[in-house]
Design a protein around this ligand. Structure first.
Ligand code: PMP
Length: 380
């Protein structure tokens, strides 16, 4: 059976080689006579799997020694609460600064307000979340426990191509980033980050695993209401094994990390190689959109996401057609499906279309989409 090109925003397409290996090892992992799903999380076999996964992730993202890697659960939305429960108490005022650049950072701010004083220091809602605010304009609090942003907004398709240098802006607060939807698609400048968190179901593996990378000095400030299993310090001390971790998801993540390490592009390897490919893939699709008179993407080119590309078909009046049930949108999606191009319907809050081009989407998938878009436009 031919696999379709799956443009879902998450859970999302996986490298076929990872799925093949998981299938081959499903009943017998490395001669143990059992599958990974059946192993105790305390077994030496699983300990080896988890250690290798952390080691490979550290290599891929060049995570410094003084950062802890935590394999947690709950998804990014749970950590919208768990992060403030762990960090808001760094200062008695419990002030947290939020940069709102789309639905996900907006949700983060709303959730954090339950645990302290969440202040919106910048907000691009007035541009329809099509821009990023200049960090020099952020009204940062002098006493913030941390500053939060979403480094890639999955729905609106805006991405921070450079993380702000808070110290240069006069703030000594750590930067917290939700990097769910572009983790491992590019390097991370850890000198500018205190904590990064993200769900696995886009570039890492199965839903259910949540990755936290946190600077050691930020641990130890959990509020008394923080559930013990989500106290990041306790989790770090227990090597992410405070309770049963999502073992199978960690195993698949580990296979994905190995796949990433093996990627080559010219003389680049690992994340640098995948980044070069991601740049080329996104460029191909944006050029096709910008070069047509049917399709439109309204995001400022300076902050367009490489991973999630929302676009609209225009109506006869030239305006974007949001309603997925509009006959032109419905015809586009039907035709795409017939060519094996699936999950292109936009997020319900925005309408239109969205193509997610995660690491596992090959250039051939983007080419197939661009070809289809051109044919659809020609045929009307
Ligand atoms: N943040 C971002 C940037 C996301 O893309 C998503 C999911 N699409 C979430 C948070 C929510 O993640 P989860 O469903 O894992 O809680």
């Amino acid at each position: 059976m031919a696999r379709p090109y799956n443009f879902s925003a998450g859970p999302a397409t996986m490298p076929e080689a990872v799925l093949q290996q998981a299938a081959a090892e499903m009943l017998d992992w490395h001669g143990t006579g059992m599958g990974v799903m059946e192993m105790s999380h305390r077994s030496t076999s699983f300990a080896a799997i988890a250690e290798q996964a952390e080691h490979d992730l550290r290599t891929l993202l060049a995570i410094p020694e003084h950062f802890k890697v935590l394999f947690s659960q709950g998804g990014a939305l749970a950590h919208n609460a768990i992060v403030p429960m762990n960090l808001a108490g760094r200062r008695p005022e419990r002030t947290m600064d939020f940069v709102v650049t789309g639905s996900w950072s907006q949700k983060s701010a709303q959730e954090a307000a339950r645990y302290g004083a969440a202040r919106i220091v910048a907000n691009t809602a007035d541009t329809g979340f099509t821009t990023l605010p200049d960090p020099a304009s952020w009204r940062l609090s002098p006493d913030a426990s941390y500053v939060h942003l979403c480094s890639n907004e999955t729905i609106h398709g805006v991405e921070f191509h450079t993380l702000p240098d808070l110290a240069a802006l006069g703030s000594d607060a750590p930067l917290v980033i939700d990097f769910s939807s572009h983790v491992l698609s590019r390097p991370v400048d850890w000198s500018r980050v205190g904590l990064a968190y993200g769900g696995a179901q886009k570039n890492i593996g199965p839903a259910g695993l949540t990755l936290i990378v946190v600077r050691e000095d930020l641990l130890g400030h959990a509020l008394p209401i923080c559930p013990s299993v989500f106290d990041y310090r306790a989790l770090a001390e227990a090597g992410s094994m405070l309770n049963t971790p999502p073992t199978y998801a960690i195993y698949i993540a580990g296979l994905t990390f190995q796949w990433l390490l093996a990627q080559r592009e010219g003389n680049l390897s690992g994340v640098a190689a995948i980044e070069a490919r991601n740049v080329a893939k996104a460029q191909r699709l944006y050029e096709a959109i910008d070069g047509s008179s049917l399709y439109i993407n309204r995001v400022d080119p300076a902050c367009r996401s490489r991973m999630n590309i929302p676009f609209f078909l225009r109506g006869d009046d030239g305006q974007p057609l949001r309603d997925p049930a509009h006959p032109r949108n419905a015809a586009f999606l039907r035709g795409a499906q017939a060519r094996g191009l699936v999950q292109l319907k936009g997020h319900k809050s925005l309408g239109g279309m969205r193509a997610s081009l995660y690491n596992a989407m090959p250039m051939a998938g983007v080419e197939a989409l661009v070809d289809y878009m051109r044919d659809f436009e020609r045929q009307g």
